[in-house]
Write a protein that binds this ligand. Structure first.
Ligand SMILES: [Zn+2]
Ligand SMILES: [Zn+2]
Length: 282
């Protein structure tokens, strides 16, 4: 089976370890393919993205690693690009001009009430609380609705290959603290989003990063969502969203079982000449 991770952070953004450290970790685990996906710069220059000035260095660095490890490890150059409501996203011209091998499209943030700030749904819990209590007047239903509508907006714009952590909005919702994932209204929002994703030229990732960082008890998206994605024949891949080199295959064995239990028999990957699928072996 092809062993790969396309959602990889390193010390160019908010991860630890150099790109070389990550490559070494991949080689020691007999990986076939490794994709680097540092957080793309955004205008406000937060601490968790690559800085504007480091971006060319990062791209050159990954290109050098591709050559250096040719024949040993297939390396791809990507970015995890934020969709920022009304401002920028994977479809922004500047990212097209970078000629990346692939891009992950992710929604992390929702606009604050005054429109001046962006609140991260996966950030400090206070951000989610502010979104529910202040921005959406106590309606968590409106917050999740906005979150999933931003994903659909991002899909509309295109410019990316992999949809990042589809239900990231659950990150601070351990034990259904803010909303019940089984509630029909929530399930319908997710189902509508999956319907929107159907027959698009993109791959949805199963992401183990919430577990490796101690935030969630299961993968993104939740297994019931993976089952619904299978019914809609949405292509899937498995990624770690690693922020330290040792996590590049965190929870992969368990996640593969979950994916199979949800019906999938194959996964997608970028390999050689382009995107392809391969059978799951567990
Ligand atoms: Zn992310
Ligand atoms: Zn990430």
């Amino acid at each position: 089976m092809i062993l790969s991770n396309f959602h990889t952070h390193c010390d160019y953004c908010d991860g630890a370890g150099t790109p070389e450290d990550v490559v070494e970790a991949a080689l020691s685990r007999n990986f076939d393919i490794l994709g680097f996906s540092s957080h793309a710069p955004i205008a406000s220059e937060p601490t968790w993205t690559i800085s504007e000035s480091d971006l060319p260095l990062y791209l050159k660095h990954i290109d050098e690693l591709k050559e250096k490890y040719a024949g040993k490890l297939e390396i791809w150059k990507g970015l995890e690009i934020d969709y920022i409501d009304g401002i920028s996203g994977p479809s922004s011209r500047r990212f097209k001009d970078l000629h990346l091998d692939y891009a992950i499209g992710s929604v992390h943030m929702i606009k604050s009430g005054d429109g001046e700030r962006f609140l991260a749904v996966d950030g400090p819990e206070e951000h989610l609380i502010e979104l529910i209590d202040v921005v959406y007047n106590g309606s968590v239903e409106k917050v999740t609705e906005k979150y999933y509508s931003l994903i659909c907006d991002m899909v509309d714009g295109g410019g990316f290959d992999i949809l990042g952590h589809l239900d990231l909005i659950k990150k601070r919702n351990r034990d259904n603290r803010y909303f019940d994932e089984n509630a029909p209204w929530y399930r319908n929002q997710v189902r509508d989003t999956l319907d929107y994703l159907k027959n698009r030229d993109l791959v949805v990732e199963v992401n183990t990063g919430g577990i490796s960082r101690g935030a969630t008890d299961t993968v993104y998206p939740s297994p019931w969502i993976i089952r619904e994605a299978f019914e809609r024949k949405i292509p899937l891949m498995l990624n770690a969203d690693s922020h330290v080199p040792e996590h590049i295959d965190f929870y992969f064995a368990e996640a593969l079982k979950i994916i199979r239990d949800c019906g999938y028999r194959e996964l997608h990957t970028l390999k050689g000449e382009g995107w392809t699928s391969f059978p799951i072996e567990v």
